[in-house]
Ligand binder design. Structure first.
Ligand code: NAD
Ligand code: MG
Length: 390
């Protein structure tokens, strides 16, 4: 299997390379891409010898090109957003791991779908922003789409093999999407105003990039995942129940009409869904230790708290509003999270900014990628405006 990894220096990207390195005869890396981390991308180039390495940033690319030349490696170093798309559609690439964070992942992932590549989808923002455009492209090209987000990977595993996009016909009553509740699940509400980016990024169970860590702390991550599940499994907002499960051992469940509930369990380590996606429909070693149920001992479940986590309610609201609303939600969230990480706004302003943007902008229909990009740009402007005024 020949793989392009979009976002190879991130949390998902490095976990993917960890699994790949355990099965070097099985997988070949064709292209690696990153934003601006030239040092790490260079080390990955030395180890995996891809044909292409892409850096979004021009200066970082120049630096990498020089080091690659000095090391005598036959690797073509490219830069810019167009190059991300270029390495997503290469004839020699059959599989694309979509692991760029945020809206930046949309266009290369969509290009891979249009080219009929097998897509291992970690970048949930692609589906949140452009669900119908992306799913139409997947269907039209016949590309295989495997969810890497742990919850969706669990649901994929618990649905019938060859699930055809009709929950009722498969005897499914509900999808139960588990959530850890993040680091602020039990913090007194009065303290939430003062939490720092460092506290928000210290997730109790998962090690992740900073943006998704903040999303987990606000539970926007779960909101984005509800929208992601809607597109992946053709499930309505009413079909998806969020269940808070702080141990993160059950990664999600599917409830059938006969009362059966199928779950996928495992240690909270993304190498499990990544290995599943890489080997599907077979199974390979992921490097993750076996689940020790005696050590887990107890599993808790509670309903989500929409007062503590208004972002989750906003995401359900955007899904129900449909059209451009989820793209607006996503863009406003990205701007607000960046401002929080930059210490410009407090944690509790994240949902306030998003809500104000959703209230300001009209919801349009999505006929093409351009409609998505226009909604994204409008929402970013409106969110910046909100932040300036606050
Ligand atoms: P990360 O921040 O650790 O890594 C992001 C990667 O994308 C890096 O390689 C970075 O160089 C690259 N990148 C960032 N901005 C870019 C840009 N503008 N253009 C091109 N490349 C850019 O993020 P992550 O935690 O690995 O998450 C990646 C995606 O996977 C996100 O969409 C996230 O929601 C999803 N996801 C992550 C996890 C997890 O455990 N980390 C779990 C489920 C889903
Ligand atoms: Mg997840």
């Amino acid at each position: 299997m020949n793989i392009t990894i979009l976002g190879s220096t991130g949390s998902i990207g490095t976990s993917t390379l960890d699994v790949v390195a355990r099965h070097s005869g099985k997988f070949k890396i064709v292209a690696l891409t990153a934003n601006c981390q030239a040092d790490l991308l260079f080390r990955q180039c030395v180890q995996f010898k891809p044909r292409f390495a892409v850096m979004l940033d021009k200066n970082a690319a120049a630096q990498l090109r020089q080091r690659v030349r000095e090391a005598g490696l036959a690797i073509e170093v490219l830069s810019g957003a167009a190059a991300l798309e270029q390495v997503s559609v290469l004839p020699e690439t059959d599989t694309v791991m979509a692991a760029i964070v945020g809206a930046a992942g949309l266009q290369p992932t969509l290009a891979a779908a249009r080219a009929g590549k097998k897509i291992l989808l970690a970048n949930k923002e692609t589906l949140v922003m452009a669900g119908n455009v992306f799913m139409d492209a997947v269907r039209a090209s016949g590309s295989v789409l495997l969810p890497i987000d742990s919850e969706h990977n669990a649901i994929f595993q618990a649905l019938p093999r060859g699930y055809d996009g009709n929950l009722a016909r498969s005897g499914v009553r509900r999808i139960l999407l588990t959530a850890s509740g993040g680091p602020f699940r039990n913090m007194p509400l009065s303290e939430l105003q003062h939490v720092t980016p460092e506290q928000a990024c210290a997730h109790p169970n998962w090690v992740m990039g900073r943006k998704i860590s903040v999303d987990s702390a606000s539970m926007m991550n779960k909101g984005l995942e509800v929208i992601e599940a809607h597109w992946l499994f053709n499930a309505s907002a009413d079909d998806i129940q969020v269940v808070v499960h702080p141990q993160s051992v059950i990664h999600s469940l599917v409830e059938y009409v006969d009362g059966s509930v199928l779950a996928q369990l495992g240690n909270p380590d993304m190498r499990i869904p990544i290995a599943y996606g890489l080997a599907w429909p077979e199974r390979i070693d992921s490097g993750v230790a076996p689940l020790d149920l005696f050590k887990v001992a107890t599993m808790d479940f509670t309903a989500p708290d929409f007062v503590r986590f208004p972002c989750l309610a906003l995401a359900y609201q955007a899904l129900r509003a449909a059209g451009t609303a989820p793209a607006i939600l996503n863009a406003a969230n990205e701007v607000a999270v960046a401002a929080f990480l930059d210490k410009q706004i407090p944690f509790l302003s994240i949902p306030r900014v998003i809500e104000a943007v959703l209230d300001t902008l009209p919801v349009g229909t999505i006929g093409s990628l351009d409609d998505v990009l226009a909604a994204d740009a409008d929402a970013r402007r409106a969110a910046q405006q909100q932040i300036k005024q606050s």
